[in-house]
Design a protein around this ligand. Sequence first.
Ligand code: PBG
Length: 331
Amino acid sequence: MTGLFPDTRLRRTRATGWSRALHRENVLTPADLIWPLFVTEGNGVEEPIASLPGVSRWSIDGIADRAKEAVRLGIPCVALFPNTQPDRRSDDGAEALNPDNLMCRAIKAIRDACGDDVGILTDVALDPYTAHGQDGLLDEAGYVVNDPTVEVLVGQALNQAAAGADIIAPSDMMDGRIGAIRGALESAGHANIQIMAYAAKYASAFYGPFRDAVGSGGLLKGDKKSYQMDPANGEEALREIALDLSEGADSVMVKPGLPYLDIVRRVKERFEVPTFAYQVSGEYAMIEAAAAAGAGDRDALALETLISFKRAGCTGVLTYYAAHAARLLNG
Ligand code: PBG
């Protein structure tokens, strides 16, 4: 309980560095971070992404090096996103099912380089593979059809699992996909592969740089509002989370991050399950732009946002700052 001034002076415990350290309620460590990485074709290739300053696409050799770097820095997990070449994209996203696609080759290269020292999270959704940039299959009216899309997503997840993924992370927001993927993984003998559901994923304006990074931005017509959530909704997020947990998700994610910390807090308090947030590309770009404009110190801004995720209740955070933050934290 808090007494009355002057018996109680909350500034007492804040007066010195040692005391602030002693009373700190939350800590951020490299083990809290998941590092999203963009994969591209070629060898020895690093392509900077203009709308994501400081982030590049890497060819598979570079991806393996980044994974080794993650291990050195104490980052437990990397998340992979492929920049599929335009000639491998199609209306049905069939490249997602190719056992030799960019994603599968990247998974194997990381496993060869790092063994089980790093977790490999793979995104399940068709947007890196479709010619129209939507996450699923379209009917004639351009509507993303649910059940036929789920069938393809199951194939995509099994393809990633066979290549060696550790965490399957469906980001497509189709209804019923977690249960379908869980059942297929069980039947295929992958009982220990985890599912991290992008359970509360919003139709957000903060995904722009990501779409540039995977090459789907210029292709996308319309929006994703018929499957991703309305930013005005909170209760609906709790229903999404409840469903995905009942269908067999091991952990859940809220996305984007900082504008949705109220959702993180509600999810954590209601369900008491491993809860992650994705500090998405537009959030990262916003901090970079602010720092470049002289509006704040880049490192301080980044670390303040990351501890805020912990304070809100996150188990961990997907962030493009992962490697940089880990370096800062490791001193
Ligand atoms: C694909 C996917 C997206 C992101 C992660 N997976 C984009 C989208 O839904 O359009 C966004 C991540 C980011 O912005 O950093 N479904």
